[in-house]
Design a protein around this ligand. Structure first.
Ligand SMILES: Nc1ncnc2c1ncn2[C@@H]1O[C@H](COP(=O)(O)OP(=O)(O)O)[C@@H](O)[C@H]1O
Ligand SMILES: [Mg+2]
Length: 333
């Protein structure tokens, strides 16, 4: 039976109450518009008794609350299988759709800091499953993936499973991160585990894949070698990519989520300035094909810095610290 997300309003925080389906984001925007109109009227009405700054503060707080992510319940028929307290990436539903199609191997391709790792964690939380993670960067061998045999005090050798094997056997969501940075030999070993429903540990012992073992892979490239941005990435072989045929997603920056995260930081009107700057830099990085990134992580960290009292020019100074004059000129700085 298909897994379906239900968006539940937080009654205390959202004026409309009740439960709604996925139109949540546009509803939130309508509510915001109402808040903004209300703010204007309030300001007129209270001008004589409350100063403008206080009104702004009250309204900003209300807006920030209204934009807070709402919990999402994941239902299978009538049964609630899990609940997400944080607002997931906009493409979470697309991920859930692939799960509903029966895919157990899913590849997410997207720029650094767009939310791939968080999406994998959200899936584990939404399905109430264990979460495991391994970055396949240089130095990772088959041992990290499939466990190893260790000497015991009595002189015997005992197999110690890895997290991957644990999740493979007991069920859960396992993220193979930096998938396009993996060593070719490791990939060959992964291929077999992903395709066959069984894996052999270094002792030759066979482990069967749990029905609820979801292997997610995250990469910055399409597995066809490095590009101008991610130069050192490996080419994945056709057999590896075939494990993800029709279950590969392109993940983009979720600008609505970024707007919500900034609104929640309550930056006294400076949030828009920040978002506008990031969006401009992002656009120019792409246009000029610069090897730079303006990620959701940048938005989150900039909002935290500004909340702690830094202003946007200080954030920019830190962000552009190692940029050349030419690069800066290309993004209009
Ligand atoms: N759903 C979310 N809710 C809150 N913050 C998020 C969410 N998704 C991403 N982020 C923020 O963006 C940053 C980058 O996300 P991450 O999942 O690590 O991206 P990636 O794996 O693509 O590099 C995180 O550190 C987090 O601060
Ligand atoms: Mg990541």
């Amino acid at each position: 039976m298909a897994l379906l997300p239900t968006y539940c309003a937080q009654p205390k925080k959202l004026p409309s109450g009740g439960c709604e389906m996925s139109g949540a984001t546009s509803n939130e925007r309508q509510q915001l518009k109402v808040f903004e109109l209300l703010a204007e009227q309030l300001q007129e009405h209270l001008r004589s008794t409350v100063d403008e700054e206080t009104v702004h503060k009250i309204v900003d707080e209300r807006i920030a609350q209204a934009r807070l992510p709402r919990p999402i319940e994941i239902r299978q028929g009538e049964t609630v299988v899990g609940r997400l307290d944080e607002r997931p990436h906009a493409q979470f539903e697309q991920l859930l759709e692939l799960v509903n199609e029966g895919h157990r191997n899913i590849l997410m391709v997207g720029p650094a800091g767009c939310g791939k790792t968080t999406l994998a964690k959200s899936l584990a939380q939404a399905l109430s499953l264990d979460f495991g993670f391994l970055s396949l960067s240089a130095g990772i061998s088959e041992t990290h993936l499939f466990g190893r045999t260790l000497p015991q005090a009595d002189g015997s050798w005992q197999y110690k499973p890895s997290r991957f094997v644990e999740v493979y056997v007991k069920g859960g969501v396992f993220l193979l991160d930096e998938f396009d940075a993996a060593d070719a030999n490791v990939m060959v070993a992964i291929n077999a585990a992903l395709a066959n429903g069984v894996l052999a540990n270094p002792n030759g012992q066979i482990h069967e894949r749990h029905a609820k073992c979801y292997v997610l892979a995250a990469a910055n490239t399409w597995g066809r070698g490095g590009d101008h941005q991610y130069v050192g990435r490996n080419q994945l072989d056709a057999a590896t990519l075939d494990r993800f045929v029709l279950s590969t997603m392109h993940i983009e920056y979720d600008t609505d989520l970024e707007r919500d995260l900034v609104a929640a930081a309550n930056l006294d009107g400076k949030g828009d300035e920040l978002l506008e700057w990031v969006s401009g830099v992002r656009e120019r990085i792409t246009r000029s094909r610069l090897r730079r990134i303006a990620s959701t992580r940048l938005v989150v960290n900039a909002a935290a810095a500004m909340k702690a009292g830094r202003d946007l020019s200080q954030v920019k100074a830190r962000y552009f610290l190692d940029w050349s004059a030419d690069e800066k000129a290309k993004v209009g700085e």
